[in-house]
Design a protein around this ligand. Structure first.
Ligand SMILES: NC(=O)c1ccc[n+]([C@@H]2O[C@H](COP(=O)([O-])OP(=O)(O)OC[C@H]3O[C@@H](n4cnc5c(N)ncnc54)[C@H](OP(=O)(O)O)[C@@H]3O)[C@@H](O)[C@H]2O)c1
Length: 350
């Protein structure tokens, strides 16, 4: 049994991690709950007990075996080295270390093979990337993907607890005849769809889009895949939905893709054309698997090498907390990686 620290215990990801750990019986002997000075002494319900939150300090990790970080990249950059020096293994939800070559970036169903016992710092990928690769990896394994165009429809809670509250408050305000006052997002979130609220780089892509490109290539060990993302926010509380147009190396039949996806770990196919039942953000909320549907031929790609589909996943759960707990289960020997698509890039066919 481990002594575990949770940095960001009061955040939406921290709170979801508590739920996932409790549901899965994660073997923690005790938890040290850490957040900013603002939350010092605040009581939270954690794995069946009322616990006080402590302010994060350099010496917070004495005796800690495993530390989950979920408090943003700046906090991870400053405090993860302290946790590592204190002897803890770190699983980081932020973007701070994801692209460092020596840091594994892991989605257990896809590339558990990238994990080794000597890894003390492990990065959890971006939430949109996790949802994308769960649908893409099994198909890529069967028939190498040349190019994917992905558009995201991302929930407000992807931007944290305050953004979630902002959507709820704005919705109430507008429905009672008031105005939606933006504070967290740059524009009103309620009853609106807008470009993802991360900074735009010199190439015109926002940070979320750039993360999807770089992280997908790293996880799939396939730097040659062409990826064109567009990330959007929609007025949804939780779960991101994504639309994918995929160009394969060889012809790919929708039926074949459905059958591959039906057998893929972490994926559930919901594709009932007659009943009109396809993945929605609400269907995906609160569940572990990523839902995939609307699988159809892309007539704009020659030789039957193109498919379109949508996928939806709970970005707080599989996109963050569940993935982190699954990684922790692997590195602590609670789970094994049998049945996963290990080292996808190396297993691909010609
Ligand atoms: N939301 C998602 O869907 C999602 C998905 C994947 C990854 N992530 C990543 O997960 C991390 C947390 O996101 P979130 O959505 O949970 O954000 P959040 O709801 O805003 O929570 C942020 C957490 O970080 C703590 N924190 C902030 N500044 C701190 C500081 N200086 N020292 C110590 N603790 C500090 C906060 O504590 P206080 O309550 O005391 O302020 C809170 O516990 C981010 O890196 C984010 O990119 C989020």
């Amino acid at each position: 049994m481990m002594q575990v620290a949770m940095v960001g215990a009061t955040g939406v990801v921290g709170q979801e991690l508590e739920r996932v750990a409790r549901e899965r019986g994660f073997p923690a002997r005790s938890w040290r709950l850490l957040a900013s000075e603002r939350s010092a002494g605040r009581a939270v319900s954690w794995c069946g007990q009322q616990r006080a939150v402590e302010p994060l300090r350099a010496d917070s990790f004495a005796g800690v075996d495993l530390a989950f970080f979920s408090a943003g990249a700046a906090v991870s950059r400053e405090f993860a080295p302290h946790a590592l020096r204190a002897g803890a293994r770190v699983i980081d939800n932020s973007s701070a270390f994801r692209m460092e070559p020596q840091v594994p970036l892991v989605v257990p169903e896809v590339n558990a093979g990238a994990l080794r016992d000597e890894h003390r710092l492990i990065a959890n990928p971006n939430c949109s990337t996790i949802i994308l690769v769960l649908a893409l990896a099994p198909l890529h394994c069967a028939n190498p993907v040349r190019r994917v165009v992905v558009s995201t429809y991302q929930a407000a809670s992807g931007a944290g607890a305050q953004a979630l509250t902002e959507l709820e408050e704005q919705t109430r305000a507008v429905l009672s005849g008031g105005r939606a006052e933006p504070r967290v997002f740059p524009v009103p979130c309620a009853f609106n769809v807008f470009s993802h609220n991360t900074p735009i780089g010199g190439d015109g892509y926002n940070t979320e889009e750039s993360k999807i490109i770089a992280e997908t290539r790293k996880i799939l060990d396939s730097p040659e895949i062409a990826i064109a993302p567009t990330c959007m926010r929609v007025p949804v509380l939780r779960a991101h939905l994504e639309s994918l147009s995929i160009e394969f190396s060889r012809p790919m039949d929708p039926e074949q893709a459905r059958s591959i996806l039906s057998a893929a770990p972490g994926v559930r196919v919901l594709d009932d054309r007659q009943a009109g039942r396809f993945p929605t953000s609400l269907d995906a909320s609160g569940i572990d698997p990523v839902l995939v549907g609307r699988v159809r031929r892309d007539p704009s790609v020659p030789e039957g090498r193109g498919l379109q589909l949508i996928c939806a996943g709970d970005q707080l759960r599989k996109g963050a907390a569940l993935n982190a707990i699954q990684v922790a289960e692997l590195v602590s020997g609670v789970a094994t990686s049998d049945g996963t698509f290990q080292a996808v890039g190396r297993r691909r066919g010609p």
